[in-house]
Design a protein. Structure first.
Lengths: 111, 115
């Protein structure tokens, strides 16, 4: 049972445009959500997070939106840069501290 | 962000041997460390959670006698793959969290190949 889902395995965006990565979850007990960026053969790098009591968190070019009623979150990157090309994982933190990861979305930003 | 290191980054071993992977938090004290494995093109799957000074908690389906975890200090956790088999070949990643647990900082991963 996949509790965190990223239904788009890949996304291609032109440099300078907005990248929107989506994530859905099923467990309403999740209280914290995170986005990680990962390059091949490397560990994930933390990008941005959001608590379940908020609906938006912004950090520079990265904004995460949370829609609790829809059990949906999204990561917006604007403007997108070629260096943003990587696999992005969303993760949900349950009250025990475990991270449940989605399958990842490979973002390609073309110059 | 916090720095977590893993050693070795790559290891090739023969079937039946044991391999130890180290995970260190370099600039903070990690109350909890997590071990994940990732198969190609797939998500990270949590294997076990370890708290300093206590036994690790393993996820369902993970053999605790095969994947030995030791978290002897607040900056070091080790994963030993015992009697490795080719199906254990994978990318193993550790992460470390402080008391807040909300944010985990990941190591660079270890590529294990069992021949």
């Amino acid at each position: 049972d996949q509790q965190v889902k990223q239904n788009s395995p890949s996304l291609s965006v032109q440099e300078g445009r907005i990248s929107i990565l989506n994530c859905d979850y099923t467990n309403s007990m999740f209280d914290y959500f995170l986005w990680y960026k990962k390059y091949p053969a490397e560990g994930p790098t933390f990008l941005i997070s959001i608590s379940s009591i908020k609906d938006k968190n912004e950090d520079g070019r990265f904004t995460v939106f949370l829609n609790k009623s829809a059990k949906h979150l999204s990561l917006h990157i604007v403007p997108s840069q070629p260096g943003d090309s990587a696999v992005y994982f969303c993760a949900a933190n349950n009250q025990g501290g475990k991270l449940i990861f989605g399958q990842g979305t490979e973002l390609s930003v073309k110059p | 962000g916090a720095v977590v290191s893993q050693h070795p980054s790559r290891v090739i071993c023969k079937s039946g041997t044991s391999v130890k992977i180290e995970c260190r938090s370099l600039d903070f004290q990690a109350t909890t460390m997590f071990w994940y494995r990732q198969f190609p093109k797939q998500s990270l799957m949590l294997m076990a959670t370890s708290n300093e000074g206590s036994k690790a908690t393993y996820e369902q389906g993970v053999e605790k006698d095969k994947f030995l975890i030791n978290h002897a200090s607040l900056t070091l956790s080790t994963l030993t793959v015992t009697s490795a088999h080719p199906e254990d070949s994978s990318f193993y990643i550790c992460s470390a969290a402080g008391t807040g647990l909300f944010e985990q900082y990941f190591g660079p991963g270890t590529r294990l190949t069992v021949t």
